[in-house]
Design a protein around this ligand. Structure first.
Ligand SMILES: Nc1ncnc2c1ncn2[C@@H]1O[C@H](COP(=O)(O)OP(=O)(O)O)[C@@H](O)[C@H]1O
Ligand SMILES: [Mg+2]
Length: 286
């Protein structure tokens, strides 16, 4: 396997001088090509900041990010991001098909090729031709997020970054989208980095889990997920391996070194069972 993403000594602070707040503290990790890696950490620990630095949207205060060996400074052409807030990441005045085609304009494809590529991507996320002509606001939240995923996949990115992509949909839809992501990721051999605050989601989705400390984010563990490749929302979640791993991640998030660093929002296990989280206010890019 080749290394797709390499993050070395990444630091990011907001503000300057005495007011500076460290959000990401000396993070180093790699993601291999074809891997689905999850990063799990409590709300406010610095996950979105980390993804913004990895995507080149924000220049880190220190450290480097490399994508297939090329240093990232600015958003690479072959990188796609899916944000939590689907309602603000799709263009309301463009149809579903046009939304998915939009980023392909810069890829040197003909109009017919763009159409075909967009329809392929929509098919892969289970959206039929009938949906292509609708506008995003005519669709449910789960379907809008499928469109965002299709748009990200249509450009065949070297790396797909997802920031809490299923946190704003209901539990049933979240299960469907998790299965969809695993299926499409394996079919296309994509390299995906998903950030979540949900322990169960990180275990269910990932080939591997990076566990972050409370703010400022640093890596407290890098765990392989030895669950079968084919997963099932009911039986996998009931399996002894799943239960053991979610326990280990929960202990890492709430215990020892992590608690000693606590100075921001308390990690709340109750949050794991609550319904859809409130939408974020972060900037969304098309
Ligand atoms: N644009 C910003 N300016 C200043 N502080 C910020 C900004 N974005 C995030 N922060 C702060 O950085 C910390 C990490 O935030 P964030 O990366 O959004 O965490 P997470 O995604 O894990 O919830 C928080 O304390 C947050 O208030
Ligand atoms: Mg966030």
């Amino acid at each position: 396997m080749s290394t797709m993403l390499e993050v070395t000594g990444l630091n990011h602070s907001y503000g300057k001088g005495a007011d500076a707040q460290i959000a990401v503290d000396n993070l180093s990790f790699t993601v291999e090509a074809g891997q689905l890696a999850c990063i799990v950490g409590p709300s406010g620990c610095g996950k979105s900041t980390l993804l913004r630095c990895v995507s080149g949207l924000v220049a880190p205060s220190a450290g480097t990010v490399s994508l297939h060996g090329d240093r990232v400074d600015g958003v690479p052409d072959d990188l796609a991001v899916v944000f939590q807030d689907y309602s603000r990441s799709l263009f309301p005045w463009l149809t579903v098909a046009r939304n998915v085609e939009f980023p392909l304009r810069w890829g040197g494809l003909s109009k017919a090729e763009r159409r075909e590529r967009a329809q392929e991507a929509l098919d892969s996320v289970g959206l039929s031709g009938a949906v292509s002509g609708k506008f995003p606001w005519q669709l449910s939240g789960g379907m809008q997020q499928r469109v965002s995923i299709a748009r990200a996949l249509a450009s065949r990115p070297a790396l797909l970054l997802m920031d809490e992509p299923f946190a704003s949909v209901d539990a049933q839809t979240r299960f469907e989208l998790e299965d969809l992501l695993r299926r499409v990721q394996r079919q296309q051999g994509s390299t995906v980095l998903v950030v979540t605050h949900d322990i169960d989601e990180s275990v269910y989705l990932g080939d591997r889990i990076l566990v972050l400390s409370k703010s400022p984010a640093s890596i407290v563990a890098d765990l392989p997920v030895d669950l079968p490749v084919e997963r099932n929302q009911i039986t996998t979640r009931e399996s002894a391996e799943f239960v053991a791993l979610r326990g280990e991640v929960a202990r890492l998030l709430t215990g020892g070194e992590v608690l000693a660093k606590a100075d921001t929002a308390e990690w709340d296990l109750a949050e794991q069972t609550s319904a859809a989280a409130a939408p974020t206010t972060e900037t969304t890019a098309p």
